[in-house]
Design a protein around this ligand. Structure first.
Ligand code: PLP
Length: 358
């Protein structure tokens, strides 16, 4: 297996790939592969229902929430959220913690009134704004946050409280990496291609009360109520992506669920942050310590000239995807759920060896 540290699409569990390989050719002895199933067949309906049940189980999703499997990526949710939830004459509040939340705000402003109520842009998104800037503040249709900032390597570890409006969260790059309290949110969305499976399906978890805001005159495909009423089968769904999502959730359950995944993620992240913190400034982490992400570890080399040779040597040794996002540069190791501990150990060892040699 390649040492895959891509930010997404990202590594999938080997057990998932092995099972899928067999079922690509012959699913449940039907003489056809899983992607050849009709989305109206009882076999696919079973996949759809099981995937939903597994997600409900793993994330402890209460009955008064709908689980939707949509298309268009998290980026389409930047549009669907305000289209469905922004009330007439009202505004939407956004916390800016990186490029994705900036994009979410920009798209919302095309639909109606939306403003940033807090931002860490002035410090190059090294941290999450303090809750005192946010708590009790917004009087709006909803408050939008991005729980993990894939490009800057920061993550929310404490969440807004005493907000009297629905909390909407983009969890694209940390869903299923730790337990969450679903009832604290009005809506959660996540593109699958980091922790949940391949690209092509986007998970939306929405409170049923909030669903009532979806106006009937919205385009059907962009209407949460329509999607909920049809059990995410309004049109042809991305059947293969949903199937893979099911396999990833089965895998997550088999290894002990989100509590266990969180422990593994803490252990993996600690290895890389240790390599940074013990390097006497040779490596510099981008994020402030209390905002560090367990999913994306961003760092630069103090000596900029060495960055290129670090990335070059890493590539020669088989490490994939370590260059930082094109907008920020430096290095980034994305260590989602499916990245094995041994691969992270090898990366930490390489970082230490490279430092000693240079
Ligand atoms: N939000 C976050 C936090 C992301 O990391 C990404 C992609 O990396 C997106 C949104 C955009 O997702 P998509 O490509 O599925 O539209």
């Amino acid at each position: 297996r390649a040492l895959n540290f891509n930010a997404g699409p990202a590594a999938l569990p080997e057990a998932v790939l092995a099972k899928a390989k067999k079922e690509m050719m012959n699913y449940q002895d039907l003489g056809m592969g899983v992607m050849e199933l009709s989305h109206r067949s009882k076999q696919f309906e079973a996949i759809n229902d099981r995937t939903q049940s597994l997600l409900r189980l793993l994330l402890n999703i209460p009955d008064d929430y709908e689980v939707l499997f949509l298309q268009g990526g998290a980026s389409l949710q930047f549009t669907m959220v305000p289209m469905n939830l922004l009330e007439e004459g009202s505004t939407a509040s956004y916390v800016l913690t990186g490029a994705w939340s900036e994009k979410a705000l920009k798209e919302a402003q095309k639909i109606g009134s939306a403003t940033a109520i807090a931002s860490s842009k002035s410090t190059n998104y090294k941290s999450i704004p303090s809750l005192s800037e946010i708590n009790g503040k917004p009087d709006s249709s909803y408050l939008h946050i991005t729980t993990n900032n894939t490009i800057y390597g920061t993550q929310w570890h404490q969440f807004p409280e005493k907000i009297n409006v629905p909390l909407v969260a983009d969890m694209s790059s940390d869903i299923l990496s730790r337990p969450i309290h679903v009832s604290s949110y009005g809506l959660i969305y996540a593109g699958a291609q980091k922790n949940l499976g391949p690209s092509g399906v986007t998970v939306v978890i929405i409170n049923k009360q909030l669903l009532k805001r979806s106006r009937p005159d919205l385009p059907a495909m962009l209407n949460y109520q329509v999607q909920a009423d049809s059990n995410s089968l309004y049109n042809t769904p991305p059947t293969l992506s949903v199937y893979f999502l099911m396999l990833v959730l089965e895998w997550a359950e088999s290894i002990g669920g989100v509590q266990q995944l969180e422990r593994m993620n803490q252990q993996k992240a600690a290895m890389l942050y240790d390599a940074i913190d013990r390097s006497n400034g040779f490596y510099k982490g981008h994020a402030e310590k209390d905002s560090r992400s367990l999913m994306n570890i961003n760092f630069t080399l103090a000596d900029d000239d060495l960055s290129a040779s670090f990335l070059h040597e890493a590539e020669e040794l088989g490490f994939i995807g370590l260059a930082g996002h094109r907008s920020v540069g430096g290095c980034r190791a994305s260590i989602y759920n499916a990245v094995p501990l041994e691969h992270v150990e090898q990366l930490a060892k390489f970082m230490n060896d490279f430092r000693l040699r240079n």
